[in-house]
Design a protein around this ligand. Structure first.
Ligand code: FAD
Length: 558
């Protein structure tokens, strides 16, 4: 055996024979990697024989066959993963050791080692890698972030991303984690409904990103432009690549303001507002306070949207104010919904209908906002007439609350991670990507059929943390997400219909009915929303304290 030690943890050899593996183990090696394809030469033992002998000698064993002279990028990626996952020291072999040495050298370059240093280390072990210099330099360019490859890279530092980082660290503080997000600030978006009703100041719903990134987690302040799952890296806007061993995607949803003609130009003026923007939620409250008579429109785009109840929450709280001020008789309220039902889970509809009737709201289903002209205070909707033909109808307004159309972020929709509709394609139970085993996703960006809410992300973060660590062999058992999402429907100031449900509309109440009956308006639920949930968000969910969110382990593992 001609074993060449390269580092403390890594060595290279020519062809090993089954009968030599006891001696390999006796020298302290704990794993072997075979880089030689079976059947390359007639005198070569095949992989089954090697594996059996390795097992008998107590050695972990991987087969990563590489054709001589054709080391591909995915071979390098596979070799890097083997090196990370196998117990060391690792002994890699092929016919002469050259292919194994080439793979190791390229992994080092990809991780940021200088070309000269790699060549020198190889030379010290008896290999000449000078012919590889250009390729090694290329690996450095495609390699990541000065060579750092993160144990876990999280895309997005919103509700899902920060919660996932904290839940991971709560389970294993030794993980090297980075969060990529270009945003200076992080928003508590569930608070915006209350800002639009004058209950919260908008300042209560924002904090600096820097103050929320968990201690020990690196913040890479940049936007991801593309995913290269085959190379285990993401590409930033400046073309820099960041490498990872495991990836978590939590980049939220795209608000498509341009999906309604004329909307970007008039938003924030002419009575046109939206609680879906931090800076405009106070304008909603200003409009509501100032409206004394006339017509108020509230719109809802096609699903999916984040917080499907938010369009009507804005409406109920506005109506409640007008009712208390004695103005509601002079204000005509219309809810123009692109969908066909008031709320997707039927159990909550009766309570909501009581308020629709109380506020005398005109419900217009199958009305999709397509165009708006603030100067003439008119909005146009696409709908279907009695004969089944698609028609456009116009509505004048004095104020209009617009919920914008929403879709998957472009950089996700255009990536290999996406399903046909553009969302990250995950298993709805494990939240693991269906095609890339080292990728998970949570929050609004992925395609599990749950209600897109922060409440859902609160339940998903521990599931992702558990399952990622289970994959690393650091915890036992796969956890399953049951589709939980919650929508506190603010039907009047001081009362909420607390919708809590999972996959298939199954009701999943957090509290016994005697305390909060989700199907009825509840003062306690309002207290929860106003006083309890904000600190639960900032101090528990974003800190890895999984209050009422401990993940349940599935009966059988994947
Ligand atoms: P977000 O929290 O939106 O975070 C996404 C992050 O990704 C952002 O920080 C963003 O900067 C980052 N990002 C985007 N693109 C990139 C990129 N290219 N590279 C890197 N990073 C990127 N939920 C409830 O539970 N209850 C409620 O009552 C409720 N009410 C709501 C009311 C309103 C008006 C709104 C707007 C939302 C409401 N929600 C509510 C929904 C909730 O806020 C979202 O579902 C939740 O924030 C989703 O979390 P997320 O992490 O997926 O996305």
């Amino acid at each position: 055996m001609d074993i060449r030690r390269v580092t403390e943890d890594f060595a290279v050899a020519g062809q090993l024979l089954p009968e030599q593996l006891e001696a390999v183990a006796a020298q302290g090696y704990r794993s072997i990697i075979c880089n030689r394809p079976d059947g390359e030469a007639p005198d070569q033992p095949n992989m089954v024989e090697i594996e059996q002998a390795a097992e008998a000698a107590g050695l972990a064993c991987r087969y990563l066959p590489v054709t001589s002279g054709k080391v591909a990028d995915y071979d390098v990626t596979g070799f890097a993963r083997d090196l990370d996952e196998l117990p060391g020291p690792v002994l890699a072999f092929c016919r002469t050791g050259n292919r194994s040495m080439t793979l190791w050298s390229m992994v080092q370059a990809r991780r940021g080692a200088s070309v000269d240093a790699v060549i020198e280390q190889a030379r010290a072990a008896g290999f000449d890698m000078t012919g590889l210099a250009r390729r090694l330099a290329g690996e450095q360019l495609t390699g990541a972030n000065g060579g750092k490859v993160w144990d876990v890279l999280i895309i997005g530092g919103g509700a899902g991303g920060i919660a996932a980082a904290s839940s991971l660290l709560a389970r294993d503080s030794s993980l090297e984690i980075a969060i990529v997000d270009p945003a200076e600030v992080h928003y508590y978006q569930p608070g915006w409904t209350l800002v639009g009703a004058g209950v919260f100041d908008k300042g209560h719903t924002v904090r600096t990103m820097a103050s929320l990134i968990p201690a020990g987690v690196e913040w890479i302040k940049a936007a991801v432009m593309a995913f290269e799952p085959e190379n285990d890296c993401v590409v930033l806007e400046n073309c820099r690549r960041i490498g990872y061993r495991r990836l978590v995607v939590a980049a939220g949803i795209k608000l498509d303001w341009h999906g309604v003609e004329g909307l970007p130009e008039t938003l924030g003026h002419n009575g046109v507002t939206s609680n879906y923007r931090f800076d405009l939620a106070p304008y909603t409250w200003e409009l509501v306070q100032n409206l004394r008579a006339g017509r108020a429109l509230f719109t809802q785009p096609p699903m999916p949207i984040k917080c499907a109840g938010a369009p009507q929450k804005a409406m109920y709280l506005s109506c409640d104010h007008w009712l208390r001020q004695g103005r509601l008789d002079d204000i005509e309220v219309e809810f123009c919904n692109a969908g066909a039902v008031l709320f997707g889970v039927q159990d909550y509809v009766p309570a909501l209908m009581e308020y629709v009737e109380k506020y005398r709201v005109d419900l217009s289903f199958n009305h999709r906002l397509t165009r708006i002209d603030g100067d003439v205070r008119t909005a146009w909707f696409e709908t279907v007439d009695d004969a089944g033909a698609t028609v456009e109808v116009a509505r004048e307004f004095d104020m209009i609350h617009v919920t914008p159309p929403q879709r998957a972020p472009d950089f996700i929709a255009d990536s290999p991670l996406a399903d046909a509709a553009g969302w990250v394609d995950v298993d709805q139970n494990t939240l693991r990507h269906k095609r890339y085993a080292n990728i998970w996703s949570l929050g609004d960006a992925m395609n599990a059929p749950n209600a897109k809410t922060a409440a859902a992300a609160r339940m998903q973060a521990p599931v992702v943390a558990n399952n990622l660590l289970q994959d690393m062999g650091r915890v036992d058992g796969v956890a399953h997400y049951n589709g939980y999402g919650s929508c506190p429907l603010t039907v009047e100031r001081g009362k909420i219909v607390l919708a809590e449900f999972g996959y298939g509309g199954k009701l999943l109440p957090s509290f016994p009915t005697w305390l909060i009956n989700g199907k009825r308006p509840s003062s306690l639920a309002w207290l929860l929303k106003e006083k309890i949930l904000p600190p639960v968000y900032w101090k528990a969910m974003l800190k890895g304290r999984e209050w009422m969110a401990r993940p349940e382990k599935a009966q059988s593992t994947e």
